[in-house]
Structure formats: C-alpha cells, structure tokens
Design a binder for this molecule. Sequence first.
Ligand code: NAG
Ligand code: NAG
Ligand code: NAG
Length: 334
Amino acid sequence: MAIISRRYQRIILISIVFSSLVYLSYTFFEPVPLSAEPPFHEQASSTPQEDDDNTYRYSKETPQSDQKELVVASLVGDETDWLDQYFGNWTKNIYIVNNQSAPLTVAVNKGREAMPFLTYIITRYATLPDVSIFIHSKRYQWHNEDPMYDGVPVLQMLRLPQVQKKGYVALRCSWTMGCPAELHPLHPSDGSDDRSQNERAYAKAFRFLLPDEPIPEIVGAHCSSQFAVSRDRIHARPLAHYEKIQRWLLETDLDDQISGRVIEYMWHIIFGMPGVDCQDTGECFCETFGLCNLTCTRGACEKRYQLPQYATIPQGWPEVGPGQDGWPAKGWAD
Ligand SMILES: *[C@@H]1O[C@H](CO)[C@@H](O)[C@H](O)[C@H]1NC(C)=O
Ligand SMILES: *[C@@H]1O[C@H](CO)[C@@H](O)[C@H](O)[C@H]1NC(C)=O
Ligand SMILES: *[C@@H]1O[C@H](CO)[C@@H](O)[C@H](O)[C@H]1NC(C)=O
C-alpha cells in the first residue's frame, strides 16, 4: 500500500484502444488511471422511465427496511468523519487494514479491499443486515458516481428497496471504467499494464474459485469495488465458499494489485450477476439512485460524471481544485 503516499503525484495515463473502446485501468486506494476517451460514441438521447408526474419513479415506495450497514475499507489516517457526520445513525464497520490494533481489521493486509470485505462477510455471515453497503473510506474519490466525486449523495440516494429487489447493485451507473467489457479472460491481452495482468490471471482464479460455473468470455462490470448486496444474495453461497475465496487471497502469489482486481471483477458474479453486468445507464440511475429524468446514452448520462485526468483528488477538494488542471468546475452539472 505504498501507493497511498502518492498524493499530488501525476499519474501516467495508460490507454489501450481496442475494438473502438477504451479500457481503463485503476486500482483501489489510489487508483492509477486512465484515459479520457469516452467508451462509446452514440449520442442518442433518451429519458428513462418516469412517472406520470415526471418525478422519481420509486418515491412513493416505503423502504421495506432500514436495516443496513456500511462496510468500509480503510487505511490508517484515512478521514472517515464524513460517515459520522452524514450517516450518524447508520451502523458502520470500518476495517483499518494496516492497523492490527484497530477495532476492526484483517488477519493479513492482502488483496486490497477484497480482504476486509470478505472478512466482514465471513464474520457476520449469521448476523448480516438486510443490506450491506461496501465502500472505500474516502469521501471524495475519482470513481464516485457524482459530478464532484462526492460519496455522500451516492449513499444518500441509494435505494435500498432496489438492492433488496435486485440482490446486488454497483454504486455506479456510468459505463466509464469497467463496462461494457473490461476483461476477456479466455483471450487475454499480453500487455504489461495491470489490466492485462488481471486479464491473464482471471481465468485461472475463476476456475479455482467458481469451479462449477463457466468462465465468461467477457467480463464487464462497473468499477471500482463499491457495491451493495442483500443478505439473501450473500447467503446464496455457503459460508465455506467465502472462506475459500479468502484463503485463495491469503495464499496467492499474485501482487495485491492483481489479486484485488481479480476479485473486484468477480464480486458481481459471486453475487449472482452475469459476467457482463452493465445495465443501461439511465435505467440504472433511475432504479438505483432515483434519478429518473436524465438525458442518457446507453453508457452515460449528461451532467453526471466526468472522468478526471488524475486519480488523486486535490487536497482540500471541493474548495480547492475545481476548474483547474483538468478537474471539473464547481456547478458544471447544475
Ligand atoms: C424532466 O426533464 C424535462 C426536460 O429536460 C423537463 O422539462 C422537466 O421539467 C423535468 N422534470 C423534472 C421533474 O425534473
Ligand atoms: C437517521 O437519521 C436520519 C437523518 O438524520 C433520519 O431522517 C432518520 O429518521 C434516522 N433514522 C433512525 C432509525 O433514527
Ligand atoms: C491503531 O488502532 C489503535 C486502536 O484504535 C489506536 O490506538 C492506534 O493509534 C492506531 N494506530 C495507528 C497508527 O493509527
């Protein structure tokens, strides 16, 4: 996790243009980007499902349950006060992976956020809440589904009934990063970047971890390991299966960067979704976040998300940084 110290460091952009799509690579705590090409070209405009009165389609539903918990992957020194400030009465499980004395931690800090997430699932298997929401610790992260990369509205808008209904949802709808096709496990590329290494490692890991399931030709899923899952969906696999995945993570010789990302692109399958789990973006915003009046293409909605040039949000954001150096300006989405 030396990577955490790379504050302000400009990160080399890696772009691989392939079949007219751009695949982008990144990592967990301080993701390494990226390229700025949008991954698709159609400009069709559509207004996803609306009520007669044009308001949120689901606003009339009463949530079936308020029982949810946050599962937070954190490092020593990460600022997590924002969770108390905005989600004071939500139960939080903050795993500090590199502090063995922390109230919640992991046996071995390996595989990035995959280890605390698996640790939570395994230790809480019998006492899971209706919905578990798995996130990274920082409030502002380049991959948060928000015009200013703010995690607060993402959690505030997340529709728990939809999580219960669907079983698993990524906390992201835009296709930039991960969708529609991130990995071709059966025909891996031979590049040396992380994405290529992940692609090469994926099939072997899949065969071992999910031996009864066919290896998908294409894996597509929203980045970046932030998602919400219902208890039923977690329970669709026995505890022993999660323990096996954790054991693999503990024992694998793969670099953290690679093993963590193999699991990152397996969670959706572990939780019962197809290999390519890339819902139409407008439909996703409506169903998952209640934003039902957006103008969208299949993979992006207007005024929702801009891929930044750099992975590390400026210190002091959003007071410092917007509008400079390729960062979006304040109010760009108003
Ligand atoms: C939905 O979008 C249309 C067109 O942009 C706009 O006229 C309408 O007021 C919007 N409705 C709501 C509820 O925001
Ligand atoms: C939690 O806090 C929110 C906002 O402060 C409030 O609307 C909600 O009723 C609270 N829920 C519980 C269970 O206390
Ligand atoms: C590790 O956690 C313990 C218990 O919360 C705390 O007292 C200590 O300061 C933490 N260490 C670091 C380096 O943050």
